[in-house]
Design a protein around this ligand. Sequence first.
Ligand code: EPZ
Length: 420
Amino acid sequence: MEELVINGGKRLEGKVTIKGSKNSILPILAAGILATEGKSVIHDVPNLTDVDNIMEIIEYLGVEVQRDGNIVTLDAIKMNRHDATLDCVSELRASLFLLGPIIARFGFSEISQPGGCAIGTRPIDLHLKGLEALGVTFEQSHGLIKGRTNGLKGARIYLDFPSVGATENLMMAASIAEGQTILENVAEEPEIVDLANFLNNMGAKISGAGTNMIKINGVKSLKGTVHTVIPDRIEAGTYMVAAAAAGGNVLLENVIADHLKPVIAKLKEAGAQVLEEDDGIRVISEGSINCKGIVIKTMPYPGFPTDMQAQLLALLLSAKGRSYVTETIFERRFQHVEEFRKMGADIVMAGNTVALSGVDKIYGASVLATDLRAGAALVIAGLYAEGETRVGNIHYIDRGYDGLVENLRSLGADIKRAVR
Ligand code: EPZ
């Protein structure tokens, strides 16, 4: 089994170019199947296993997919299957994004029930309830979800929770429904705006993306378009925290500072210097040991992102004083706490809050990634732990980080891939 081996104690100096957003490209590739004329050419596509998997699924559905470096070309005209039931579907939650588009285009769809994962049960009730409001009837049996409609009709839908995926699924389906759809209490993440821009360039009529209400006037059909994916704010945040934790001076290029406000605010509060420069964001720090404890509560955007919770915890393990981190989005997103304890962290958990006291030193250990952000967080802790840290289950990391080892090595970290 592959693992990452890190010898801690090296400062990080240099610059990293951030890639396209994983959580943008996944719904955008799903939306691409709605084009019944013309091709879509998508730029800045990161090299991630989640992207490979969803491309494999849409190719199985009959979409022609070509990849040339960071450019992906989709031709969905000859798409001829509606059943996304490949094995990789149940492992890849993002396959749920295909449900809306396939039903919108074919009138019926069959996908494998997406699995839960280490961070929570990941129910899909909001997706199904919203699509039912648009005129879909579902039956679920033997791990399959079958949806059917005699034609999608616009509706007014209130989401019980601002679910990112449900917002995206409903936005895609409503784009070619008959009449107007109003989505309320929706997610406001930048990836929602990026998807809406892609759909509008395909000919959709969507307004309000990025606010808590989105209006969609259905159109007859959509056509391929050209699009560049926004930079990955979570990848950027991960490198910012790595620089703050290990200490050093790192410039991140190809970032949108506006998407990182809560992360920038918390890094400054912890004592790191964060400078917004013309060509990116610079982080200067004397390392975790010179940071101070802070309080964090994850919230839907524009609040502090749940996808940065584990990384900030990693920074705070040696920060002076106490820190409190509350996770409000997922019910089980603290699997990494046990792993930090193996490294000497003084950390306790009570319900959905973690309390920790900074320790003078954390120590390298053999630890296991439990989800992709926890994996990145364990790497960050390993960058400043004394001695050698081995991080297993790194397939999680490969799902969401394109070139993490290469980038950290270029910054001076002592990190490599090895076989356990
Ligand atoms: C997206 O997942 C992201 N994934 C996640 O990133 C991110 O953590 C999450 O949004 C929250 O920001 C992609 O975009 C591919 P949700 P998603 O629906 O859409 C509950 C990463 O590390 N819920 O906003 O699945 C759900 O259980 C990944 O890159 C329902 O109850 O998240 C959770 O508690 C991890 N019913 C909360 O809402 C539903 O029908 C937020 O989930 C749907 C969700």
